[in-house]
Ligand binder design. Structure first.
Ligand code: NAP
Ligand code: GDD
Length: 346
């Protein structure tokens, strides 16, 4: 039976990847920084219809604690390590750059060292990101596009990216960077813009919230479904040769358009009025303003647009996204409507 360690197993991608590897017959060790709080396993529980199977075990380990990483890798002896743990919020990284650097940069060093010194060197996946392209130097972005990160998050992730390349070249580690563009799901963190919107739409539809406050509506992202994107992580580690891959949908959509799609999915279409920070989204059916701008959500430096070219992954990994943005939005809105409805009726 193959064995995998997943750091960040309590996050969105951790939950989807655990499901995928479990279905492939893996024994899984999830590294968690807070084993005492059962609430942080909710995403995983959701993924397994309410219970966590025996074949998934947990070990306490913080990315900033090298000793705990060494112990976990040595004791478990994994075939594969998926490093998904991170302070993953770009906006937060401006407010907390120090801890972001510790977790997202030095944390990668800690886990790579644990892998390098293990009796049997496991294959290694690093959760790299399209945020490393930041102020994009070409459109679309592919594996050879120059990096220009625009946030402490992106800068720290670039360290992890190069360190993975370096361990591959220096020590023969089978290490791959997945340069993943934005991917979402019903278990996306509620502080990210897509889930903030779908959750807000559901709450407005249930009369629990008046309005969603957002920042930059004009930012454009290349959004896909987390379920599709974790497949690419797994496929990278099954190849004969370790390489880095861009994983994206190849379609770009603005935050404004995502908002329109989410309200439409709840049968509450909106129209835009005004401009700049006075712009509002108005819902004729509710006769209410349901979206407002709050400059608090602007970032000191913005990534205006991202658009990926995943053709290398399509050729080498036979990977392409299965879920359209429209299907993703409908799934997220339906999930959040149900959750709000259940919370009201329970
Ligand atoms: P997420 O939902 O925010 O999950 C982050 C995970 O990291 C959580 O399990 C969190 O644990 C854990 N973590 C945070 N700080 C830690 C620490 N100091 N020690 C140990 N664990 C820690 O993120 P995600 O969306 O699943 O993303 C997974 C990875 O892919 C991240 O590295 C992210 O930067 C990267 N990525 C994401 C996207 C995307 O669009 N989702 C795109 C490109 C790259 P707690 O539960 O304790 O908070
Ligand atoms: N979070 C948030 N909240 N973003 C907002 C808001 C708001 O109220 N209003 C507008 N936005 C804009 C942000 O300024 C950004 O341009 C865009 O919406 C997307 O923001 P997020 O959903 O927070 O995602 P992100 O693109 O910054 O980062 C995500 O994707 C990266 C891959 O490109 C995260 O998952 C990162 O971990 C990941 O690496």
């Amino acid at each position: 039976m193959k064995k995998a360690i997943i750091t960040g197993i309590t996050g969105q991608d951790g939950a989807y990847l655990a499901r995928l590897l479990f279905d492939q017959g893996y024994e899984i060790l999830g590294l968690v920084r807070n084993n005492a709080n059962p609430g942080n396993k909710n995403k995983l529980k959701w993924m397994f219809n309410g219970y966590i199977p025996e074949r998934i075990k947990f070990e306490y380990s913080d990315m900033m604690d090298a000793t705990s990483m060494h112990r976990a890798v040595d004791n478990f002896g994994p075939d594969e390590v998926y490093n998904l743990a991170a302070q993953s919020h770009v906006g937060v990284s401006f407010k907390s750059p120090g801890s972001t650097a510790h977790i997202n940069a030095l944390g990668v060093l800690n886990i790579l060292e644990a892998c390098r010194n293990a009796g049997k060197m496991p294959k290694f996946y690093q959760a790299s990101t399209s945020e490393m392209f930041g102020k994009v130097q070409e459109v679309p972005q592919c594996e050879s596009t120059y990096f220009y990160p625009r946030s402490p998050y992106g800068v720290a992730k670039l360290f992890g990216y190069w360190l993975t390349v370096n361990y591959r070249e220096s020590y023969g580690l089978f290490g791959c960077n997945g340069i993943l563009f934005n991917h979402e799901s019903p278990v996306r963190g509620e502080e990210f813009v897509t889930r903030k919107i779908t959750k807000g739409v559901a709450r407005i539809a249930n009369g629990k919230q008046d309005c969603i406050e957002l920042g930059n509506l004009d930012a454009r992202r290349d959004w896909g479904h987390a379920r599709d994107y974790v497949e690419a992580m797994y496929l990278m580690l099954q190849q004969p040769k370790a390489k880095d891959y861009v994983i994206s949908s190849g379609i770009q959509t603005s935050v404004r358009k995502f908002c329109e799609m989410a309200f439409e999915a709840a049968d509450l279409p909106i129209i835009w009025r005004g401009s700049g920070i006075d712009e509002v989204g108005y819902c004729p059916r509710l006769e209410e303003i349901v979206v407002r701008i709050n400059p608090e959500y602007y970032r000191p430096a913005e990534v205006d647009m991202l658009l990926g070219d995943a053709s290398a992954a399509q050729v080498d990994l036979d990977w392409q996204p299965r879920t359209t943005l429209n299907q993703l939005v409908e799934e997220m809105v339906a999930h959040d409507l149900r959750q709000e409805w259940d919370a009201t009726t329970c």
